[in-house]
Design a protein around this ligand. Structure first.
Ligand SMILES: Cc1cc2nc3c(=O)[nH]c(=O)nc-3n(C[C@H](O)[C@H](O)[C@H](O)COP(=O)(O)O)c2cc1C
Length: 364
């Protein structure tokens, strides 16, 4: 049997993706200060509708979980109403769009919480500086979540998922990567707990499993996905034995029958979070039988090679989608790719956001 091409369709649970070039989640900071999506975001996502599947920028499930200036949320009716024209526009262009649900854990600065500390697995402090509306500030020490608070946290995920489905999304991706709340529970540099949410890999996976269960309960397993970052350090979060905890996580997600699992795995030569820790995808592939989507630093050749070897079923591209809204077409034509300057990744205006043109159409 020949291996699939990047341009072959794939079924991701209930979602039929016409190609295997997914748009990775990209925070762009174009919401309001109250975290409501803005009309600019309608154009931005509609321009990228030819992706096999768009995964939105990380979107806050609650005020407690959102500490990124101008990032969108999905916990109020106003936010739901503002997302509706985004999903409508993507569907109108024949596309598919899943929302990434975010709780930032200890990465939320107290400025976003009326001065209260952020929550995490344990009383730890993220390294470096937080983004706030008043510029960069040192992170604050987190308050460990009480076991008695977990049901409330799970209800926040359930509520956000119901809102996402009301807003017309095709599904929900749980952000369990990159040093945010769920990742803070998964990995042992940030999870120092001695209760049933800490210690053994099974215990550290418990929150991920419970969150996924409630999201599945609202959206259906075939419209639920998860993103993990199993190798390397992100925002001070790292594990001393990634194979053990992520093997257990992959088994738990497999048992829940989710639509797909996405792994962000920078390599040693990676340009975004480079790491010497080995990739966990070969191991995770053995435990998770559903579609596996891989990300980080892919170009067309490497992407096709990972499909050919059977390591991945689809590839998520992040930065290339910023300046190349029609990335699948450009890859199919081997057309040159445009670059995006970092200065406009998170800036608020339309510049560097909705002003990247598609390839000029030439007459056949
Ligand atoms: C501007 C920017 C914003 C990002 N925002 C998110 C995000 O909201 N959620 C997430 O899981 N990853 C986020 N990432 C990570 C990307 O999804 C992706 O993992 C990373 O860019 C590596 O993939 P690439 O080499 O294809 O760009 C972001 C990356 C960039 C450059």
């Amino acid at each position: 049997m020949s291996s699939p091409s990047l341009f072959d369709p794939i079924r991701l649970g209930a979602i039929h993706a016409p190609n295997r070039i997914l748009m990775a989640p990209l925070t762009r900071g174009r919401g309001t200060q109250q975290h409501v999506p803005t009309p600019m975001m309608i154009d931005y996502y509609a321009q990228r509708a030819s992706a096999g599947l768009i995964i939105t920028e990380a979107t806050g499930i609650s005020q407690e979980g959102l500490g990124w200036p101008f990032a969108p949320g999905i916990w109020t009716d106003e936010m739901v109403e503002a997302w509706k024209p985004v999903t409508d526009a993507v569907h109108g262009k024949g596309g598919r769009i899943m929302i990434q649900l975010w709780h930032m854990g200890r990465i939320v600065h107290p400025d976003f919480l009326n001065g209260a500390p952020p929550v995490s697995a344990s009383a730890t402090t993220a390294p470096d500086m937080a983004h706030t509306y008043e510029g960069k500030k040192p992170y604050a020490e987190a308050r460990p979540l009480e076991v008695s608070e977990i049901p409330r946290l799970l209800e926040d995920y359930a509520h956000a998922t119901r809102n996402a489905m009301r807003a017309g999304f095709d599904g929900v991706q749980i952000h369990a990567a990159n040093g945010y709340l769920i990742d803070e529970f998964l990995r042992d540099s940030s999870n120092l707990r001695t209760d049933e949410y800490g210690g053994s890999p099974e215990n550290r996976v418990r929150l991920l499993r419970e969150v996924t269960q409630v999201v599945v309960g609202e959206a259906g397993a075939d419209r639920t996905a998860v993103r993990l970052s199993p190798n390397g350090e992100t925002q001070g979060v790292i594990d001393s034995n990634p194979a053990s905890v992520f093997g257990v996580a992959a088994q738990a997600l497999d048992a829940l029958g989710i639509a797909f699992l996405e792994l962000r795995e920078p390599g040693p030569g990676g340009t975004f979070g480079a790491t010497d820790q080995p990739r966990q995808s070969p191991l995770i592939r053995q435990h998770f039988k559903g579609p596996l989507v891989l990300n980080s630093d892919y170009d067309k050749a490497r992407a096709q090679a990972d499909l050919d070897s059977g390591l991945a079923d689809a590839i998520a591209f992040g930065r290339p989608f910023i300046a190349n809204p029609d990335l699948p077409e450009r890859l199919s034509l081997d057309a040159p790719l445009a670059d995006s300057p970092m200065a406009t990744w998170y800036s608020q205006g339309p510049e560097g956001y909705i002003d990247y043109p598609a390839l000029a159409k030439t007459d056949a």
